[in-house]
Design a protein around this ligand. Structure first.
Ligand code: DAH
Length: 341
């Protein structure tokens, strides 16, 4: 039999303990201790049944008040504990807004992009469209359409990366000429920048992947004189005033073909290490589009003529900025890259 006169003491004791509870877990345990199925206050509810009938109502109200008081105390303490935890969290994460900011380093445009942009800008200014093509090409676009004979050494597995039988990593940007002519009618003027791949062992002047820019102009009465005029202008803009010369050369996709040299800008033509004592530096290959290429893409080779050129961007950058090793472009060494801000 419970002694109801001790209930108030029990409640006072409980409130004291609850007020000192330090965690939500502790509160849970206290709730069980007082209000759980076998809790200390609960036992008073159970005892009501055996209390004298005339006292039962008052005693019931007393036990209810006791439970209410403990529930309130638990709720108040829980709220306080939660606020404490939040305070601690905020304190730990405090930001000192008076600290100076961390400097955010600005990147620089890669020197190859700078040179590429320059080249494309020059040709855009002359009305050329910039056209892109895929790096994985059919060997038809990369070789056949460009008039490479079936046994041409460039097709060799030694030189070309084959993906499958008739699929290669393009060895030059010239297949973009083919794609352009297959999808557009003349007249047209395009420049085609992009990466090309060759099976070369890297050294100071060879890289297995490098950038080229291709140019193509097709129309009626397009002449070699225009080719020379355009490329001379380009060379002057890129390398400054100075002579150029066109030497006869050979490419399967142009006839006649030429290589363009600029007067050595290091020695002015006297002869030095850069120009290998010749006074001239080769910068690109070019020529009149071979009629066989027009045949391959379905252009009327009686009606249309055209010229094309191709150059290596690394080579141009190396010449312009006196860079002596092509591998530097791909190494991402900031000491190298920051020289070209
Ligand atoms: N495709 C040649 C190469 O990779 C470069 C080239 C030469 C492109 C002459 C041309 C050209 O369009 O007319 O070496």
């Amino acid at each position: 039999m419970q002694d109801f006169s001790r209930l108030d003491d029990l409640v006072q004791q409980a409130l004291g303990i609850i007020e000192k509870a330090g965690s939500e877990n502790e509160l849970k345990e206290l709730k069980v201790t007082y209000l759980g199925k076998k809790g200390k206050v609960t036992s008073y509810f159970k005892a009501l049944g055996s209390a004298p009938a005339q006292e039962r109502k008052a005693l019931g109200q007393q036990v209810n008040r006791a439970r209410q008081a403990i529930e309130n105390a638990l709720a108040v303490r829980e709220e306080a504990i939660k606020l404490d935890a939040l305070d601690q969290k905020l304190e730990a994460r405090k930001v000192d807004v008076t600290l100076p900011g961390r400097p955010f380093g600005r990147g620089t445009v890669h020197i190859l992009d700078q040179v590429m942009d320059r080249i494309l800008d020059l040709f855009s200014g002359l009305g050329f469209d910039v056209v892109l093509g895929p790096e994985v090409e059919t060997s038809w676009n990369n070789f056949d359409a460009l008039n490479f004979p079936p046994d041409h050494p460039a097709r060799d597995m030694q030189d070309t990366v084959f993906i499958e039988d008739e699929i290669v990593l393009r060895t030059h940007t010239s297949p973009v000429q083919v794609r352009t002519m297959k999808s557009r009618k003349p007249p047209l003027r395009v420049v085609c920048p992009g990466v090309v791949y060759r099976r070369d062992t890297p050294d100071a002047t060879h890289a297995p992947a490098f950038f080229q820019v291709e140019g193509l102009m097709v129309g009626e009465h397009v002449s070699f004189a225009e080719l020379k005029g355009t490329l001379n202008l380009f060379a002057r803009k890129l390398f400054g005033e100075g002579d150029t010369r066109f030497r006869p050369s050979f490419f399967p996709f142009t006839e006649p073909s030429a290589e363009m040299d600029v007067r050595c800008f290091a020695c002015g033509g006297e002869g030095c290490a850069l120009c290998k004592q010749s006074g001239w530096i080769e910068i690109l290959g070019c020529g009149m589009v071979d009629p066989a290429v027009f045949d391959a893409v379905g252009y009327d080779n009686e009606k249309y003529t055209g010229w094309a050129f191709g150059m290596g961007v690394e080579r141009i950058a190396m010449l312009r900025h006196a860079i002596d090793d092509i591998r530097l472009f791909a190494e991402n060494d900031l000491r190298f890259l920051k020289q070209f801000v």
